[in-house]
Write a protein that binds this ligand. Structure first.
Ligand code: NAD
Length: 471
């Protein structure tokens, strides 16, 4: 059993000062595989002080110096990819298709930030004014468990590119991944203090970071509920905030869609990362005129999906990350039945022969009304709802009738018409007949899905403030 004791502050590993340990589980067998010692308030204060001291020099660094540091960080993350892959599978059971991508994503996102930094306009002229983009200061980076290493590297690379220094508080459930990243950043010999990583509970360490007057910026990815708490805590010191929160994304299958291509995309969008993805397309909107046909195609596709051992290459859905998350998914499946939705595939309980792990059955409901709780609340598991619509206007109205606005998918044979529908959806990202990612484009949410944007030049600018020098 692995015992992880350290935080990484000012370029040095020290034993966390907290007295509490947090158990790390392998969700595929529901057994404890390790534990981490949690950092406390003193650790957080030390990390903030180190980042504040390092900001004096780092904020003045040249672009080529920042690129050199990012290159070392990128190479160190490339060197630990295999170790990271093992941690990702052990720590949250990502299935093979997903885990390989997640282990390589830190390198990809750092590469992207380096490209964006090379092209970034630090100065622009507006009439008599020279507008200079200046770094904000110490950035608090708080990440969730569902892609911990990727979020750490993406946020950190953008912060460093902007000239900010960072204090990172990863999810307490991601101790193994955090440990791999910490060792890699140490090996990359980042200038001491520009990046500090502390473990710890959100309610203690996360609160210290989001209230502290020496922290100028919070970049948070996680639940909408925690995002609200951070926004309130950050208000007193007027911190700039980027919040990447939850979603209840719509997939619209248009009445001219070819179901042989549309259904696999709809299923992939709904079940990505075992349904534990902020952008998961969990509301599938189908035309009333083709409802029975869509239901049957989607039912067959869901019934064919294998939920089980993440090491089996046939597996498309791995376990839920924790028992609490498993219970939550079960609760929503029961709720869907109580609300009057009709089950087409899956249901309560574990799939056959899946042992004691936190596995769930890929589940598909139909006859879902958009006012039902299963259509309004983020479940964060492989539970999809079919909602029927009358015409295009009705589809857009249902898609937009949600507190969230992170992502949407429109599927149809007439690409122009699909594009026009996409333009009417209130969401930070709309994909038309594709699930392709565009790393240099902004990413973030409307409404309760968040504030601000990450990725591309928008992601770097989010760690900066424009200053107008007029002469
Ligand atoms: P969470 O909100 O429970 O925790 C996220 C992080 O916040 C953890 O590090 C946690 O320790 C910390 N935290 C908790 N309370 C805090 C507080 N009071 N102050 C400061 N920090 C605090 O989220 P989770 O369960 O780890 O992740 C799942 C959620 O993340 C889902 O809702 C999902 O939609 C969302 N998510 C969003 C995106 C996006 O880009 N929009 C991406 C991935 C996940």
């Amino acid at each position: 059993m692995q015992q992880l004791e350290h935080v990484w502050i000012n370029g040095e590993f020290t034993v966390a000062q907290g007295e509490t340990y947090f158990d790390l589980y392998n969700p595929s067998c529901a057994e404890v595989t390790g534990r981490i010692r949690l950092a406390n308030t003193e650790d957080a204060l030390r990390a903030i002080a180190a980042a504040k001291a390092a900001f004096v020099h780092w904020s003045q660094s040249r672009v080529d110096e920042r690129l050199a540091v990012l290159q070392r960080m990128r190479d160190a993350m490339a060197a630990c990819q295999d170790e990271l892959l093992r941690a990702i599978i052990q720590e949250y059971g990502a299935p093979a298709s997903r885990s390989a991508w997640m282990a390589s994503y830190p390198v990809a996102v750092i590469d992207q930030v380096m490209q964006d930094l090379r092209e970034f306009a630090f100065f622009t002229t507006v009439g008599k004014a020279q507008v200079k983009m200046t770094p904000l200061g110490v950035a608090g980076l708080i990440t969730p468990w569902n892609s911990n290493a990727g979020f750490i590297c993406g946020k950190l690379a953008a912060a460093l590119a902007a000239g900010c220094t960072a204090v990172i508080k990863p999810s307490e459930m991601s101790g193994l991944q955090t440990h791999v990243v910490m060792k890699a950043l140490h090996a990359a010999a980042l200038p001491p203090g520009v990046c500090n990583i502390i473990t710890g509970y959100g309610a203690e360490v996360g609160e210290v970071i989001s209230r502290h007057p020496d922290v100028a910026k919070i970049s948070f990815t996680g639940s909408t509920q925690t995002g609200k708490a951070i926004l309130r805590n950050a208000a007193d010191s007027f911190k700039r905030v980027t919040l990447e929160l939850g979603g209840k994304s719509p997939t619209i299958i248009l009445d001219d869609a070819d179901l042989t291509t549309a259904v696999p995309l709809a299923i992939q969008a709904g079940f990505m990362n075992s349904g534990q993805a902020c952008i998961a397309g969990t509301r599938i909107l189908v035309p009333l005129s083709r409802k029975a046909e869509c239901e049957e195609a989607l039912r067959r596709a869901v019934a064919a999906i294998k939920s089980g051992d993440p090491l089996d290459p046939q597996t498309e859905i791995g376990p839920m990350v924790s028992e609490k998350q498993w219970q939550r998914v079960q609760k929503y499946i029961r709720l869907g039945l109580e609300e009057g939705a009709r089950l087409l595939a899956g249901g309560e309980g574990r799939p056959e022969n899946s042992g004691q792990g936190w596995f769930v059955k890929p589940t598909l409901f139909t006859d879902v009304d958009n006012n039902m709780r299963i259509a309004r609340e983020e479940i964060f598991g492989p539970v999809l709802s079919i909602i029927s619509y009358r015409d295009d206007d009705d589809a857009v109205a249902i898609a937009n009738d949600t507190d969230y606005g992170l992502s949407a998918l429109v599927l149809g044979s007439d690409a122009r018409r699909a594009q026009r529908i996409g333009e009417r959806i209130a969401s930070g990202r709309v994909q038309i007949n594709t699930l392709a990612h565009e790393a240099g484009a902004p990413f973030g949410g409307f409404k309760h899905s968040g504030i601000g944007r990450e990725m591309g030049r928008w992601g770097i600018a989010a760690f900066m403030e424009p200053k107008a020098l007029i002469s």
